[in-house]
Design a protein around this ligand. Structure first.
Ligand SMILES: Cc1ncc(COP(=O)(O)O)c(C=O)c1O
Length: 378
């Protein structure tokens, strides 16, 4: 039998082993997926699109109407200047991240990740032969350690990845921190890939700031975003990127030579979604309630340090003082019927667990009851 090419050898799959559906009755705090149905207007737009026959090939970067709607959305919500021609709609933000890595690095080039970071960045960089360089964030609040980033830059560094609000830590970097990272990028002529998929979920007192809106930022920043999180559209596989013209040209080539485009009929659903501000805000009100519930519940458990999450829908809690490793904690939790993620699966996550409070309220209450019985009453 022929051999599978060696590029798959040792390649990680992030949190995938812990994202499998657990056995019956297990409460699931693992998946970074909104516990809401996709808003009805969006579903209806998809159905109507199908009925109207939008089932054929179309413009690779997305219909011009959709790309214009994305450009308007970026301006309206995040102050990012872009025209329809500057947008490439991709099969999920994940694919946009992959294109961004292909565009900014060659094999052997280094990319700085702020550890702990989203579990897919590292294997994705390794997949294309680039070298992830993990720079730890500050231990107490998960904010970037600017001097450590500066010290990690070498003559092979090509890119710094920012993901704020952050999966898995829930940190929202301050405008000053974003400026400082941009200053380093300007000083060393580096790209910034800014994964802003949680940009609408900010619970901190300071706003989300995209480096693309700061002086000198636009020409070196690739902004990645998508519909999965804020519109509860994970399964529709819709994301996008925007950046300087050469980046957009390269992203169009990446897509032309791989996915071609996202399904034509979902493009209209994506366009309609961008007008559904009420749904996004309604989900956010619910997330805030769930965040309080989870924060309060986890903080009352012995041995857990639970920093306050500033954005996204994750809590990153330290379990070292329970006397268990994060793997032991996750295994023990699963035994009592709570599935959560041990963060030592990713660089810089040792001693921490990640829980998602995007799940429904009853799952949070029930999971907390089980953990309380396990850690306090047994
Ligand atoms: C930080 C981050 N970026 C990108 C993605 C990918 O999102 P999508 O479903 O749009 O591919 C995720 C999903 O978990 C994420 O957490």
């Amino acid at each position: 039998m022929p051999r599978v090419s060696s590029r798959y050898e040792g390649l990680g799959v992030g949190f995938a082993p812990y994202l499998q559906p657990p056995g019956p009755g297990v409460v699931r705090w693992t998946v970074g997926e909104p516990g809401f149905d996709t808003p009805n207007e969006i579903i209806e737009a998809a159905i109507k699109s199908l009925q109207e026959g939008r089932t054929k090939y179309t413009r690779g970067a997305g219909t011009i109407e959709l790309c214009q709607a994305v450009a308007d959305y970026l301006q309206r919500h995040h102050g990012i200047e872009a025209s329809a021609e500057d947008i490439v709609v991709t099969p999920g933000a994940k694919q946009a991240v992959l294109y961004s890595f292909l565009i900014t690095t060659m094999p052997g080039d280094e990319a700085i990740l702020l550890a702990p970071s989203w579990a897919s960045y590292e294997p994705m960089l390794e997949f294309i032969g680039a070298v992830p360089v993990h720079v730890r964030v500050k231990f107490d609040n998960f904010h970037p350690d600017i001097e450590a980033i500066r010290a990690a830059v070498t003559d092979k560094t090509r890119m710094i990845l920012i993901n704020s609000p952050c999966n898995p830590t829930g940190a929202v970097f301050t405008p000053e921190e974003i400026q400082s990272i941009l200053d380093i990028a300007i000083e060393h002529d580096l790209w910034i890939v800014s994964d802003e998929i949680y940009a609408r979920m900010v619970w901190a007192d300071w706003p989300h700031v995209s480096p693309a809106t700061l002086p000198g930022g636009k020409e070196r920043t690739i902004v990645v975003n998508g519909w999965s999180k804020s519109w509860a559209m994970t399964g529709m596989r819709l994301g996008f990127l925007t950046g300087p013209p050469e980046v957009v040209k390269a992203a169009v080539k990446s897509q032309a030579n791989s996915a071609s485009h996202v399904p034509t009929f979902v493009m209209e659903a994506a366009r309609v979604a961008l007008e559904c501000d009420e749904s996004v805000e309604g989900f956010n009100r619910e997330y805030l309630k769930r965040r309080e519930l989870m924060l309060e519940g986890l903080s009352s458990l012995p041995g857990l340090r639970v920093p306050e999450p500033e954005g996204a829908f994750y809590i990153f809690a330290e379990v070292t003082e329970t006397g268990m490793s994060d793997i032991e904690f996750a295994d023990g939790a699963l035994e009592v019927g709570v599935q959560l993620i041990p963060a030592s699966l990713i660089s810089g996550g040792e001693g921490f667990i990640r829980v998602s409070y995007a799940t429904d309220e009853e799952a949070i209450r029930e999971g907390l009851r089980r953990l309380r019985t396990w850690l306090i009453e047994e």
